[in-house]
Ligand binder design. Structure first.
Ligand SMILES: Cc1cc2nc3c(=O)[nH]c(=O)nc-3n(C[C@H](O)[C@H](O)[C@H](O)COP(=O)(O)OP(=O)(O)OC[C@H]3O[C@@H](n4cnc5c(N)ncnc54)[C@H](O)[C@@H]3O)c2cc1C
Length: 474
């Protein structure tokens, strides 16, 4: 039977309202929903659908399943691997969760919040803070990414070292399954041994198994004190040594430990010339670290200063500055956050989001830098990341004078060079950003046949029609 798109759109409008079904046929500009954040992936959409609640999501999913229209769940569309936009194949509609944005319950005694999937991450952080609590997930896109997207990507960020990633922060979920059934797993329990932990299937699944409509997440007591320091180190091995030394001295109080290469700092300075000078001399690598606890700022600063001075004496760092106040601390973090933006302004780079056991990171970096230069003379690696979690953004910028498009054609060769070594060292080719469209072919190369088989069987069991986010992950 032929597909009547006008009739389909009319049916969708009847379900969720005229104003909430956007389509190119009606002159709507869909590009904000059909093109990804990196401008790397774009696919046509029959419509962009903006339901208001779980019931409307169910109705749309049932319509899609009955009419063989695939759905692409979308949050803030800040994902890095093309998972949140349609692919070229088949009839696909974007299911935008932004209108499901309510905080349903904040329970300070249970230290939990129950929120709809479209709630912006920053809104949850602010509401938790107003209740004297901390929601610790924190990342550069927090002003626009959504909790549902954070869960579907198992987002990490800068405080994983202390609080874990999204998988560690989710206690309960509500999911609409590919046949429209509502799966209510919305419990705020820290202990529950009643069979399979079903919510884990949907965390990090990139919208391929169902639509997350709400979640119960963990909150923590708001830390009263924070201290931020920026250190120069002579090598990445020294950065690893410093991590061990600082954790040894300050323990769980170390909440973030970011490594930044000298080249990454130079790039930020080039595109953001107002970046204040940090240390007196230049170093090949830097570390941005943050500590927090429930005591006073003075006591924490003193503890951090004592620990840093001991590290200096022990030869774990070259130079260090401790932010004297909140504004100085924020300026240090701004430098870290501007790396992504500077790279975008700089043009083509080939991104890698890898993880390794922390102990193997120095050997990996020291091996890869010369190998990259040998294979691609003049190449500019911009390496930074969450060293405390063993996660590096090992991005490779084009040699000067090489056009971005020409450099992108080297993607497979650069990826193979890096990822073969990552996997040989028992690391992961995607620590944070996921698989999406970008690394789908690599997943098939690097996962074992047994892992791929189990993943395919789960997909087949939950989504036999292939309605959910086709062309992603598997
Ligand atoms: C400047 C910048 C910094 C970043 N820093 C980090 C970082 O430090 N750590 C990190 O992990 N990521 C980071 N990211 C990547 C990105 O922000 C995260 O992956 C984020 O979790 C995506 O959320 P989103 O709402 O934008 O999801 P989207 O991009 O809209 O979607 C991402 C995936 O989730 C699926 N999805 C979205 N909502 C739902 C839902 N309700 N139900 C089911 N599936 C859904 C989509 O189909 C897609 O597969 C960064 C991005 C930017 C632009």
């Amino acid at each position: 039977m032929s597909f009547d798109s006008q009739a389909w759109l009319a049916e969708a409008r009847a379900l969720i309202g005229e104003a909430h079904v956007l389509s190119a046929d009606c002159g709507d500009d869909l590009s904000a929903y059909t093109r990804d954040w990196r401008n790397k992936f774009e696919g046509p959409a029959l419509a962009v659908l903006r339901p208001a609640d779980t019931g409307e999501v169910q109705a749309i999913v049932r319509l899609a399943a009955r009419t063989d229209v695939a759905l692409v769940p979308q949050g803030g569309n800040t994902g890095m691997c093309g998972a949140s936009v349609p692919t070229a194949g088949g009839r696909q509609a974007v299911l935008q969760l932004g209108r499901l944005n309510r905080i349903l319950e904040l329970d300070p005694e249970n230290n939990t919040a129950t929120v709809e999937a479209g709630c912006i991450l920053q809104t949850l952080q602010e509401q938790a803070a107003a209740a004297g609590r901390l929601f610790p997930l924190s990342l550069g896109a927090e002003g626009s990414c959504q909790i549902g997207g954070n869960i579907a990507t198992n987002a990490g960020g800068v405080q994983v070292l202390r609080y874990g990633n999204m998988r560690d922060l989710v206690l309960g979920l509500e999911v609409v399954l590919p046949d429209g059934e509502r799966l209510d797993l919305l419990r705020g329990l820290r202990k529950d041994n009643t069979g399979y932990d079903l919510k884990q299937l949907f965390i990090g699944a990139e919208g391929t198994l169902g639509i997350i409509t709400a979640a119960t997440v963990k909150l923590f007591p708001a830390p009263g004190a924070e201290a931020v320091a920026f250190a120069g180190v002579s090598s990445i091995a020294q950065a690893v040594q410093l991590l061990g030394a600082m954790r040894g001295r300050l323990g769980e109080r170390i909440t973030a430990f970011e490594v930044i290469s000298g080249a990454a700092v130079d790039l930020v300075r080039h595109y953001f010339p107002d970046t204040p000078p940090l240390l007196e001399g230049a170093c090949p690598w830097y570390v941005l670290m943050e500590a927090s606890d429930g005591g006073s700022d003075e006591a924490l600063h003193e503890a951090m200063q004592t620990a840093l001075m001991a590290c200096l004496e022990d030869g774990c760092l070259q130079d260090v500055v401790l932010a004297g106040n909140l504004a100085q601390g924020q300026a240090l973090w701004m430098l870290r956050e501007n790396i992504t933006h500077a790279q975008q302004m700089d043009g083509g780079n080939i991104k890698h989001d890898i993880s390794l056991p922390i102990s193997r990171i120095p050997a990996f970096v020291e091996q890869m830098l010369p190998r990259l230069q040998q294979a691609f003379p003049g190449v500019r690696p911009i390496v930074y990341g969450h060293l405390g979690d063993g996660n590096l953004h090992f991005n490779v910028s084009a040699p000067r004078g090489v056009a971005p498009a020409a450099w992108q054609r080297e993607t497979d060769a650069v990826n193979t060079l890096l990822h073969d070594v990552v996997v040989a060292m028992r690391g992961s080719i995607s620590a944070e950003h996921g698989i999406g469209q970008l690394k789908r072919h690599e997943l098939a190369l690097y996962k074992t046949p047994a892992e791929l088989d189990v993943m395919r069987r789960i997909k087949q069991a939950l989504d036999p029609q292939g309605v959910m986010n086709p062309g992603k992950v598997l």
